[in-house]
Design a binder for this molecule. Structure first.
Ligand code: HPA
Ligand code: ZN
Length: 349
């Protein structure tokens, strides 16, 4: 058996895209509502008799010119308004899971935003049951291990987050953790300290978006007050050397989303993305798609474009895929099996 180092240096740069596309991986940061393709938005609008303020698929796609997080969120929430029935949630999730399988994703932990739906009169059980049924079918039909993480919308109150948790608890066997998303600046993690403490007592895994547009201080409070196990985005952490040392020492994974950061103008271009610096600092960084229907690509597209722009190497591809399984909330035996497949893939490449 040849060593990894030999294998990595033997892989020429022109074979990197095939390596990236073919390697087994986990996706740990994607919002299922952000996988709604314009074609499916129009199909569901018609099926449900929902009016949307766009004349055509092309017209809607043209609106995807974002300047920051909020300019995206306004369109993202409008797109989700076509989701009414359990079957809608199932169809959306299964479409994503098929794409994930095609990208050689073996494990995905999908965010969902129940408040976006309950605020429109859709029942919690409609949302959770549709998404969960797709997760069950993904394992059986596609061989993809899929789990759900319930996100609280941080622009709403902590009281509303507590109400959402209460509504979700009858379905607690259908999601593995909770997260925090939506408008970051002005809504620091500490606003949700008590609801996260309750979720911790209940045994849920904890994650939060922090340091996407917000400052390193929000990453500190996500760690110290919310006690999250992973940080979603976290790219602003590189502005704080002490925070970088903390993330490395505690092996807190960052779920980085390069094309999202590009489209929301967090970095001016992909070549200036700090994913390489995060890896070089010893952080458990991963690559993910965030909202693939809105940001120009699923997870493989994120890998291929990021490597092309930043010059990351085959060794770093291995590290990112390895990190994705390490950072997942799957059980240790499943992680080991996926990491063995990853190693076999690299040895045979
Ligand atoms: N950031 C915050 N909230 C979100 C995002 C994001 O990138 N995508 C969907 N909700
Ligand atoms: Zn996100």
């Amino acid at each position: 058996m040849t060593s990894h180092a030999q294998n990595f240096s033997a892989i020429p740069a022109d074979r990197l895209p095939a390596l990236l596309r073919g390697m087994p991986k986990a996706e740990l940061h994607m919002h299922i509502e952000g996988s709604l393709e314009p074609e499916l938005i129009f199909a569901l609008a018609q099926r449900n008799g929902v009016a949307i303020p766009y004349a055509s698929v092309e017209d809607l796609r043209r609106a995807y010119a974002f300047t920051n997080l909020q300019s995206f969120l306004d369109i993202y929430y409008a797109g989700a308004s076509v989701l009414l029935k359990e079957q809608d949630f199932y169809d959306m999730a299964l479409a994503y899971l098929q794409r994930a399988a095609a990208d050689n994703v073996l494990r995905t932990e999908m965010f969902f935003d129940p408040q976006t739906h309950t605020a429109r009169g859709v029942a919690m059980e409609t949302v959770v049951n549709g998404l969960h049924r797709a997760c069950v079918d993904a394992q059986a039909q596609l061989g993809v291990s899929a789990a759900l993480i319930l996100c609280f919308l941080r622009h709403l109150s902590e009281e509303e987050a507590f109400e959402t948790l209460e509504q979700a608890l009858p379905h607690r066997d259908k999601f593995i953790g909770v997260g925090l998303d939506s408008s970051e600046v002005g809504h620091p993690p500490e606003k949700f300290a008590r609801v996260f403490a309750r979720c911790r007592e209940l045994g849920f895994h904890l994650v939060a978006h922090a340091g996407e547009e917000g400052p390193p201080a929000y990453v500190w409070t996500a760690l110290d007050l919310l006690k999250v196990e992973r940080v979603d985005h976290g790219v602003q952490s590189s502005k704080d050397a002490a925070l970088m040392r903390r993330l490395a020492a505690d092996r807190i994974p960052l779920t980085v989303c390069p094309l999202s950061n590009l489209k929301l103008c967090v970095f001016p271009d992909l070549a200036q993305h700090n994913i390489g610096a995060l890896l070089d600092a010893g952080l458990v960084a991963t690559v993910n798609s965030d909202d693939p229907a809105y940001f120009g690509g699923y997870v493989n597209e994120n890998f291929v474009q990021t490597f092309a722009a930043t010059g990351l190497t085959a060794a770093q591809a291995y590290a990112l895929a390895q990190n994705s399984f390490t950072a997942s909330f799957a059980d240790a035996a499943a992680k080991r099996a996926w990491q063995d497949r990853l190693q076999g893939f690299f040895e045979g490449f």
